[in-house]
Design a protein around this ligand. Sequence first.
Ligand code: ADP
Length: 804
Amino acid sequence: MSDITQSKPAASDAAHSPTLSGPLPTQLPILPLSDLVVFPHMVAPLLVTSALSIRLIDDVVAGNRLVGVVLQKVADQEHPRLADLQEFGCVVRVMRMLKFPDDSVRVLVQGLKRMKLVCLVTETPYLIAQIEQQEDITEPGIEMSALTRSAATQFQQVVELSPTLPDELKIAVQNIDDPSKLADIIATNINLGVEEKQGLLETVDVRVRLSLLCAMLNREQEVLHLGSEIQSKVNKAITKTQREYFLREQLKAIQKELGEAGESGGEIAELREKIDKAHMPAEVKKVSLKELDRLATVPPAAAEYTVARTYLDWLIAVPWSRGTEDKLDITRARRILNEDHYDLEQVKKRILEYLSVLKLKSESGKDAAVNKGPILCFVGPPGVGKTSLGMSIARAIGRKFMRISLGGVRDEAEIRGHRRTYIGALPGRIIQGLRRVESNNPVFMLDEIDKVGSDFRGDPSSALLEVLDPQQNNSFSDHYLEVPFDLSRVMFITTANLLEPIPPALRDRMEVIELPGYTEQEKVHIAIKYLVPRQLTEHGLKTKQLNIRKESFFSIIRQHTREAGVRNLERTIATICRRTARRIVEGRTSSVLVTPKHLKDFLGPPEYFHDMAEQQLEPGIAIGLAWTSAGGDILFIEGTQMPGKGHVTITGSVGDIMRESVQAALSYVRAHAHQLGIEPKFFDKHDIHVHVPAGAIPKDGPSAGLAMAVTLASLLTHRAIRPGVAMTGEITLRGKVLPIGGVKEKVLAAARSGIRVVLLPEQNRKDLHDVPTEIRKKMKFVFVKTIADAFNAAIPAPPSRQAA
Ligand code: ADP
């Protein structure tokens, strides 16, 4: 350690000009300094502690008071030798010396002149060296004046910014004309490292010294600027929070005074904590905190308080960043899908493809959860497993499942929420659903998208468009929340009974997967493999306690259910399980066997008669096939004649299109009266009434045209249609039969009702391959091009002559 350290420089003295009386000696005692560079003109206090240096000072003070001070190369070296010192130093005069009781000495020195060490004279008792004083190199000129002025101005600015430099320094530098002196005084006062200071000391060329200095001043200015900016920001923040705190305290005092003592204080703090923990996006957090601040000012008894509080609760509860992690294991997913559902191969295949894409995306580092693909739409009658398939997908990828029904939704606000200005406003069903599942990436099923209506309250399908559009649903705006929510991680699946009623714009956004309904065989299989085991578990029964024979399922399906799906079948099985459970609990038996014979005991008498369609019909009755939201169904069409004047009445909640079909059928029959063997004057003397039971159920569509025409022909020719025949097809006035939709559903419905022969338009021949083979084998299909073809196929020819 060096024995000399710097005390605070006496900066304000620095402007005093050093006085030199006579030439400097060429040999001087050298005092090493550990961390201080002394410049000419500078007055610096030094603390001297080592005995050696104290002796040096003593001797110097007794003599000419001149000493050379030089910076050590290594700061903490004890007793440095000449080689351990920098080459340049400063000749100083010791102005004052003070001895302290602890034997240390303080001296005040004044810098006189730059010097260079030449060689050692002696090392004992202290360093004495040969020195060479250094003259400044100055070339007066424009550049020098410019540098001088610039250094002075910059320094003044630094003084202004600096919290430590006294203002007098500004005046001091103004009065210095000598560029060298100016440079040294500035160097003394600004904040520089010792190396930099030493560098300036060694630069005898004043121009170079000034330009170095200007660069350093520049830097210093920037540092100070930044420092003051930070400082003012901190100050502002502190004053703002202090101000807010102060205002809040005042507010509390006012509320207390008004008797509205702030019970909400604890609540506010609690809400603040919840907001912090809710991991909201920054924008939402800002809104929440603003609302919270507002809440703090509202007395808890005010109605507004509840409104703001509810809003905040919603903001906190919405799962902004909470979600589940996807399990993208394809083998596992396939196992789960097969575990839950029989067949439905096409759907399962599509879902596995979907998962594979997610997996590839996540492996390539993309955000797999963000769905950009089309939304799946399951279309099919009730009970075919649309909903349970959705649940199964959720289980397969490890997501939560949410389902809402859109049936009858007419108001856009149901999807998008009400604005908060409404009394009792709430977010829309999408946000409500997400809050309920507490996840931002569930499988979200929108049921009955075909039953969305629209009226004066707005069009919900436009809101749905936004929800289902992968391009824009990352910032779904709910009217209530008012802040956008990212729906892009949600896997939406929609379901519908029929495709037609879905608005085309919505349909375009979706990939439709049809689930048309099951055949009898399939239903039996589903019952045995899936429904019964599930119901047994749900009713706490063991396999051996209930044995339902396979034939019983056929009877249940035919006599107790009439559906495309298996919902009623499952319900019926549940009834059997319940009754079995009761028998076992009552101790009447330990196990139950169910054969077709026993069904009556469990389920009561049959509700449907499978052979109804097989019975012989009267003339004027035909069986049509309808495509309904419940799948397909058979439709009896009755016609009757009575004396009159040629009026036609149509009843049975028939829509316009079906009404027109009756008219077309009648016109055809009238036009072909002669061929059909109908008396030409008949229509002038008779009225005709066509009725389509069940009268309370609305029916429409052109596909009953063929059945209407055949009904009328049968009625007017008094010839009955063969039993077990059903038909479907649109007709033209010229008697052509046009293709129709829903062949598969209609054929399945016909099979369910015991129909054996189906008349189909020739152009629907291609659709038959969608019909399960099992049905195709069992039934007969007749493809017709004209009404006459149908008539011939449906009505047996009279023994005497051939019809039409
Ligand atoms: P939807 O939503 O189409 O009306 P659900 O999903 O409610 O029909 O299905 C009704 C019941 O039928 C559910 O319990 C479901 O598990 C069962 N189900 C339907 N299809 C199948 C199938 N292919 N395999 C096994 N169970 C099925």
